[in-house]
Structures are given as structure tokens and as C-alpha cells.
Design a protein around this ligand. Sequence first.
Ligand code: PLP
Length: 402
Amino acid sequence: MKKTTGTDRSITSKWRPATQAVRAGTWRSEQGETSEALFLTSGYTYDDAETVAARFAGEQSGMQYSRFKNPTVEMLQERIAAMEGAEACLVQASGMAAMTSSLLCMLSAGDHVVAGRAAFGSCRWILNNVLERFGITHTAIDGTDNAAWEAAIQPNTKAFFFETPANPTMDLVDLEFVCGLARSKGITSIVDNAFATPVLQRPLDFGADVVAYSATKLMDGQGRVMAGAVCASQQWIEEKLSPFQRNTGPICAPFNAWVIMKGLETLDLRARHQSESALAVARFVEDRGLRVLHPWLPSHPQHNLAHRQMNAAGPIFSFFVPGGRGPAMAVCNACDLIDISNNIGDSKSLICHPATTTHHNMGPEGRAEAGIGEGMLRINIGLEDPLDLIEDLAQAFDRAGV
Ligand SMILES: *Cc1c(COP(=O)(O)O)cnc(C)c1O
């Protein structure tokens, strides 16, 4: 490999995020290629038997097998770790692989988790169905309520698990308070940062222990591949996650890692631009008289907290269509430009009805408890001109009689 500045952490850690997103973790092969190489190989060869023995003994670094390490995947890991300000990162096959392995690698039967109840549907499903089956209990609380975190702690509580902003209610968790509380009690805080990415919010700066991602979303940013990522201290990654991941295999394919890495090059631009456009569209919806959940709007109950812990609010917000499910679906159906899709973080604007899609599994009571109404719509604002998106929503509201 040719030496590049991108592999030297003492240099990359000093770069600003936009530079890290383009340069950090770049390894150059003997060919001196500009764009990072895609290593589609499962195995590796060795010049002699002693070399392979040294690698298996952990005495020499280098490749052995792509379930353990792959150069393209390593580049992505270094880049995400630099952007996150983390000592280490491992990437996985999907966001849910990242969430599942973060929890399973450190929890045992008899342990307890405190979780924010406004969460991605599959995260709730893991807590209710996977962890419970292995004797790991949890308490789901209103993550916006600092006192509730403290009250839910039990002697066997090992992890706090939450997302902020949460999907689709845009509820925030006070990172500094909740992660600080966890640390003071020896509890590991695991933050699902998929909605924000390190460009908009760096939970480690507020005391989080583990930051987990769906890289499928804003990191890829163009709706192409599935991937996940987990960032933490070198020690946690080496002792907990790495042995679990190497042996159970929820790894990210090199091709997907390569696509995400190229996505990261434009993440800073996209995240800021889409955040600005989303705010403009959210203001339009609010001016139209609808209730909007957007952390950057003064109407959001945690508006001040949003400004304390985020650089911008991201491309996603939710709003309520009066009259419930029928009128909400009518608005979706009347959009010409904005597509109906349950995905987020894409460069294309997407609208979805959480109660019948992403949060369908929770059932009516679960949804009511989490504040996911029948008239709620969640929107992802892409890279189109925001004026075209506003015009599309205006005509959709007119046609749906909203
Ligand atoms: C999408 C998403 C996930 C799951 O990620 P996948 O890549 O779809 O597996 C987890 N958490 C949040 C907040 C998400 O938006």
C-alpha cells in the first residue's frame, strides 16, 4: 500500500469533518489510484507459512479472511471513526445488524436495559422478542423525560439504548444528561444516531459510549445499499464487539462499504443542504396550519435542546393531517413529485404513513403511547429544489382537502 495522509490518525483527527469525509481512511494501493479501491476478495494469500501463523497469533496485522478484515471495509471504518471522533468503528450488513450486535455483544441473561420507547420499530422488536427470550429484560420509557431514565435504573441495568431524534416523533433525548447519568452508574449508553449522522450530531462529545448507525440512510444518501456501523472506544470494540462480529458474521460486504464510503464524501454537503430545505418545507406546512414536529422550529418542545446538541435538524420531520388515516393517505396519494416510500436519508424526497408502515407492528396501543397518530405523516426531504417540494405539497393539500 502507498502511504497517504488519510491513514495517519494523528493527522486525520485534526481535520474538520468535511475534510475527513473525503480523505480519512484512504489507503492507496501500489497503483496510486485516486478513488478508493474496491477489494472484492474473501481470502488472502501469504508469502510464507510463518506470516499466516503470525497473523492468526495476532502478532502481525494484515488480512486473513474477509469476515475478519477487508481493505475496503477497513477504509470505511477508519473514515467513520474519524468523522465521529471515535477511537474505533466496525461496520455491519445493515443498521439492524449494528443495533443487534451492539446489544448482544455485551448483554447476558439477567441483565436489564432502559430504552427510549419512541424508537425504530425493529429496535423495539429486538428488545421485546430477541432479548426477552434470552432473559434480558427492559423498561421502555419516555426518553424526553430525564427523571424517567433515572427512575428506571435497576441494580442489573447494563445499557441505555435510544435514538435521538427519534423516528417518527422527532423526540429528542438530552444526550449530556442521559449519557452522563449512564456513565456515573457504570451503565453503557448506546445511541442510534441514524437520523443525524456525525455531521449534525456527535453523541460521543456528550458522553455517549457507543454510537450505532444505519448507514443505509443519510450516509449512503442515495438509497442504494444497506449497511450499519458501530463506533466506540478501542477497548469496547476489541473486547466486546469485534470477537462477537468476527465469529457471528453480520459483516458489511466490500461493495456496500465502497458505496457508503463514496456517499460519505458528499455527506456534509447533503446533510446541511437537506436540513435547510427540510426546515423551509416544515415552515410551509406549519404556516398552512398543521401541527409539525421539527426540532429546529420554535414550536418543538425541545427546540433549545436541539440547538445545544445538534448542528442542524436533518432532512426528516413529521406532521399531522387533521382527520386521521384517510386524509393522511389522501395527501400521500396526491403528491406528484414526492414519492411514497418508507425509506429515509435519500436524495429523493419521500413521504410515509408510519402507523400503517414502519410502526404498524407496534399495534394501536403501542403507537398511542409513543405519540404516533393515525394522521401523522413523516417526510424525508431530498436534494430537489425546496420550492418544487413546497409546490407539490401545496397542490397535494388542496387536492386532499386539507
Ligand atoms: C433505518 C433505521 C434503522 C435500521 O437500519 P437498516 O439499515 O434498515 O437495518 C435503525 N434505526 C433507525 C433510527 C433507522 O432509521
